[in-house]
Design a binder for this molecule. Structure first.
Ligand code: AMP
Ligand code: MN
Ligand code: MN
Length: 333
């Protein structure tokens, strides 16, 4: 269900209620991707245009902005979790499917006013005013609609942020969610003068040599299991912290590793298991259409969309992959 007229009105009222002296905190999910950062910073710039001055944007955990997003407009508003307003007057939350993705910032949900902008069908239902639209291709689609209702015109800075978000979550305008409305929004964003070619090269087609070598090694150990997922096939691989160390790469270089893996023709389901701590793994799941992987992710405490989801797994790699395989069999039988 898309947000109702009442929810849009409540969100507009919540933002309008903030005065120049009010502290406004914007939060996106841990290990932010292009949609999380782009929708949050684009909206933050919009708030600045509205005359708000005490704006801070943040995300929980390790304060690393992936290189592809290090040139985004609005980064001057971004602060580490420790510098986030402790008692904000208004909180806005972007691209966060569940409270667990807010880490140590989940307590800010008790702010006098909170607005959640998201597009995950699996969104768990936190926050006061909820703009959750599972039909939106990206959280930036929701953010742009709220900016329009607030009367904030698009400029090139806001547009670049929202475009990066839209391009990231549609896989460069390739996924099923790439509707007429998505292209119409992209057209309006490009009309502000931003450079799609240059932006795409920066966010999709540029990475360190070491990251390419690391990817090569991790892809080289992929395993194809044709019998998994009721015969629809599953392909999986994993990367450890020591892999990252060997190639001197930060964890975010593995964020796009799922893309070459999910291209394997013999498998509907693809899985990438990435070590994030002792016996702790960030698991990415994708399906080509036969399987609802968000169901698998939710059953493991995670979330996401029907064809792209994730969760945190524990134990050995084998344990994590076996759990996915079992869940897939359960869901398909
Ligand atoms: P990723 O595989 O990290 O690109 O994530 C794919 C989708 O699953 C995104 O929409 C994420 O928001 C969602 N997702 C990934 N990990 C989690 C998690 N631990 N909890 C909830 N949702 C997640
Ligand atoms: Mn995201
Ligand atoms: Mn998103």
């Amino acid at each position: 269900m898309s947000p109702s007229a009442e929810q849009w009105a409540a969100a507009v009222a919540a933002v309008r209620s903030a005065g120049p002296d009010d502290e406004v905190l914007l939060i996106c999910h841990v290990n932010p991707d292009g949609d999380a950062l782009g929708s949050m910073l684009g909206f933050a710039l919009g708030l600045r245009r509205l005359g708000l001055t005490r704006i801070r944007a943040t995300f929980p955990g390790d304060f690393t902005v992936p290189d592809p997003y290090a040139g985004l407009p609005g980064l001057d508003l971004l602060v580490p979790e420790a510098d986030a307003w402790p008692d904000p007057d208004l909180v806005l939350i972007f691209d966060v499917a569940s409270e667990s993705r807010l880490g140590g910032l989940a307590d800010r949900l008790s702010a006098p006013r909170s607005v959640v902008l998201d597009h995950h069908a699996s969104n768990t239902g936190f926050g006061e005013v909820r703009l959750v639209d599972p039909r939106a291709a990206a959280t930036s689609v929701v953010a742009e609609q709220l900016l329009a209702r607030l009367g904030v015109p698009l400029d090139a800075e806001i547009a670049e942020c929202l475009y990066v978000a839209l391009a990231t979550d549609t896989g460069s305008f390739k996924f099923d969610m790439t509707t007429v409305a998505v292209h119409e929004l992209a057209a309006r964003l490009i009309a502000t003068g931003i450079r799609p070619g240059e932006i795409s090269r920066r966010i999709f087609d540029s990475r360190p040599f070491g990251a390419m070598k690391l990817t090569g090694e991790v892809l080289g150990r992929a395993i194809l299991d044709p019998a998994a997922a009721g015969g629809r096939g599953m392909v999986w691989t994993y990367a450890t912290l020591s892999d990252l160390e060997r190639f001197a790469q930060p964890p975010y270089v593995l964020d796009t590793l799922i893309d070459p893996v999910r291209s394997v023709a013999e498998a509907d389901v693809s899985v990438v298991v990435k070590e994030i701590g002792a016996r702790e793994w960030a698991v990415s799941l994708r399906s080509k259409g036969a399987v609802d992987v968000s169901g698998v992710a939710v059953s493991q405490g995670g979330g996401g969309h029907r064809l792209a989801a994730g969760f945190t797994g524990y134990g050995e790699v084998r344990d994590v992959v076996d759990a996915v395989r079992r869940r897939l069999d359960e869901f398909l039988n």
